[in-house]
Ligand binder design. Sequence first.
Ligand SMILES: [Zn+2]
Ligand SMILES: [Zn+2]
Length: 390
Amino acid sequence: MSIYKEIETMHAEMRSWRQYLHQHPETAFEEFNTSSFISAKLREFGLEVHEGMATTGIVASLSYGNGHKKIALRADMDALFIQEKNKLSYKSKNNGKMHACGHDGHSAMLLGAAKYLAEHTDFNGTVYFIFQPAEEGRAGAKQMIEDGLFELFPADCIFGLHNFPDTPQGHFAIHTGPVMASFDCFEITLAGQAAHAAMPHLGSDVLLASAHLITALQSVVSRNINPADPAVLSITQIHGGDTWNALPDSVVLRGTFRCFNQATQQLIENRIRQLVESIAQGFNLEAHMSINPENAGYPVTCNTDTETAIAIEVAQELVGIEHVDLHAAPSMGSEDFAFMLQEKPGCYVWLGNGSSDGECLLHNPHYDFNDEILPVGATYWVKLVERILN
Ligand SMILES: [Zn+2]
Ligand SMILES: [Zn+2]
């Protein structure tokens, strides 16, 4: 029987794990129930389980034969602060929290692969199954690395997978090089002197300066970055003023920028700082700027050539050459798997979640992971292990 056919016999089981996780979503570093559910399954399969890394992270090891090669496979476990609007029998029971990015599915697929590999030792070496917390904006991957992930589990290479709405169900999209953008947030405070709205000449107007600053910031990408080098900068918040007839003494602006290489990332940050300082000076204001005050900045997620070539080969063998897209545009979204790829060579692939109908999109209250792709995802993991550890 083919690996796919055999994994398909576990489809109902994987579906039940996925739907259980969907019904009990937990957010960054609080995935306690999720983590103990996954750990219990891994122990039941006979794997050695290391818990509590980055609070709720898990690494399970499975070794066979005398091979020294070690491969790491990574799934994320966290949910989002989103109120689910689906009417599903397994709808979120945790108010205001939801698996709207499919990490429930990623965990279920990796569990399926762990179960299969524990029962079919057609490999020679070690597999590390990493279940990480806090992918959504809190850099759980970075925290696991700081907690000694690769010292305790010295993988030679690492692989990640994310479902992708509007890529056909069960098809793959695989990129050589950059696949997801870097992510940074910034906060700017402009401070001046409050004044009566009828006597603005007695103060210094932070709101007028903010308007100039927002306009000037939109020149950073359009006038400083090579048009062939994708980048985006957005101001997403402006807080200032309390009433109709007074000019406030301060205003806070927040925003984010994303791009595909470190030099561009640094250039954008430098240009923001220059504009903030010069506009503040021009309007006689004090300015303060901080980068990533609440969120962790994420680097560019960049696949390495050798591991990407292997991932492509495995995916093509699994679903057919015509169902592996090698030319999909990279995403301006970001991924903390980037931190793992800074430490180890590896590849992060997209697995089609099928048509979104405009609603089943990542981070949408109507999103739901497509259970039909559970077997293909789990089979991809198994074939990757057998390909690399043989
Ligand atoms: Zn997400
Ligand atoms: Zn995600």
